[in-house]
Design a protein around this ligand. Structure first.
Ligand SMILES: Nc1ncnc2c1ncn2[C@@H]1O[C@H](COP(=O)(O)OP(=O)(O)O)[C@@H](O)[C@H]1O
Ligand SMILES: [Mg+2]
Length: 376
């Protein structure tokens, strides 16, 4: 990452993406998607997951991850172009008054998938730059003046995956900032069974599925003892019997570590493999929230799943604190969780019962409608 600038997404918009016929979602540093089952909360997270895979591996890999374009495109018979937009303060050229804009459109052509992309870096000083990828050509313009054209391998290859290789003076830096930001988006959806298992040593950053929880915890204790101490006291708040978290080497030469919980009144430590579902899940979420150097953006699926209301209270406080290090977008249907939030942290999600289109944010749609009526 560059300088000390805080990177963040100010809005995500999507069209014809699964249940999202047309949504435009403004985001803060800590935003919570709340609404009934099937209202489209996960699909908002999926938009970001899709972009992350595209930035990491390219469009074909992202489409494969969802079993093909049919599963991404809204199946309402209109065969509409899928369009995703991200605005934010992401590249080194951006400022609150000069937000970066990225747009990816995908449609089914006669001979395969076709994408169109647009990058716009307005820049806080100097001329703004725009990159427009259509077919195999990327046209680069500065203040509407053509600077040069660049060829990419095919109409399926995204600029997001390939343009970061451009030289710095061709604007590679800005695209690299954006691609790196998107590529490291983490969608936390702990796989509790995997998280219970010992894990090998790695770089210590918790994976989205938390399958390296043991490594992430060992690393946190070694490199950030203060953060580990805070995590332990958070966990003690939620698990009254907990005394300490320990580790045990397993697997000999591979150096794999297993997590053990030391509980009061129990003579031998409890393997994480034997700990309760909620305990493992809470431990995974707290680990991500206490990481000193998290990815710039963290999404959390169904945060309340398996957790006691008191644990949710603790999580809200930790999320607010963590949101200065990682932008947070969280999905929930728990009223207890919502009760702890400020109105501006909540994004209400609903679904039009007639058309099946997601309404996100549902309340703003209502306000706009009422506003339109009273003004008109
Ligand atoms: N390709 C598609 N076209 C239309 N609707 C879709 C498509 N894929 C999924 N959906 C709809 O999206 C809804 C799921 O939304 P989701 O974001 O998972 O809801 P939740 O708010 O519970 O997280 C499902 O009810 C499903 O009907
Ligand atoms: Mg969901």
């Amino acid at each position: 990452m560059h300088d000390e600038q805080v990177q963040f997404v100010t809005r995500v918009a999507a069209r014809n993406f699964r249940s999202l016929k047309q949504v435009d979602v403004p985001l803060g540093r800590f935003s919570v998607l709340a609404g009934p089952n099937g209202s489209g909360k996960s699909n908002v997270l999926n938009v970001l997951r899709f972009l992350a895979t595209t930035a990491r591996l390219d469009l074909s890999a992202a489409l494969d991850q969802w079993s093909g374009f049919d599963h991404i495109q809204r199946q309402d018979g209109s065969d509409g172009e899928v369009k995703i937009q991200v605005h934010g303060q992401i590249t080194r050229y951006s400022s609150p008054n000069a937000l970066d804009e990225y747009e990816l459109s995908i449609r089914q052509g006669k001979r395969g998938i076709l994408r169109t992309e647009e990058f716009e870096f307005k820049r806080r000083s100097g001329p703004g730059r725009r990159y427009r990828a259509v077919g195999e050509t990327v046209s680069i313009t500065e203040n509407e003046r053509s600077v040069q054209d660049v060829r990419v391998a095919s109409a399926q290859t995204t600029g997001l995956a390939t343009l970061p290789k451009l030289a710095d003076d061709q604007g590679g830096l800005g695209i690299r900032d954006l691609a790196d930001f998107l590529a490291e988006i983490r969608v936390l959806e702990p796989d509790v069974e995997a998280a219970r298992q010992p894990s090998r040593r790695g770089n210590g950053r918790l994976f989205g599925d938390a399958s390296n929880l043991a490594d992430a915890l060992v690393t946190l204790r070694q490199k950030s003892p203060d953060a580990f101490g805070q995590l332990l006291s958070d966990l003690r708040l939620c698990l009254p019997g907990l005394a300490d978290i320990g580790f045990r080497s397993v697997g000999g030469a591979t150096g794999a570590q297993a997590v053990e919980l030391h509980e009061r009144g129990v003579r031998r430590p409890i393997d994480l493999a034997d700990a309760s579902f909620g305990t493992v899940r809470m431990l995974a979420l707290l680990t991500a929230l206490h990481e000193p150097d998290p990815p710039a953006f963290t999404a959390i699926e169904e945060v309340d799943h398996g957790l006691h209301p008191y644990a949710l209270d603790v999580l809200v406080d930790r999320m607010r604190a963590a949101s200065s290090r990682t932008q947070l977008l969280v999905a929930t249907h728990s009223p207890t969780f919502l009760n702890r939030l400020a109105p501006q942290e909540i994004i209400v999600c609903d679904r039009d019962p007639r058309t099946g289109d997601s309404l996100i944010p549902a309340l703003r749609a209502l306000f706009t409608w009422l506003g339109g009526r009273t003004r008109g």
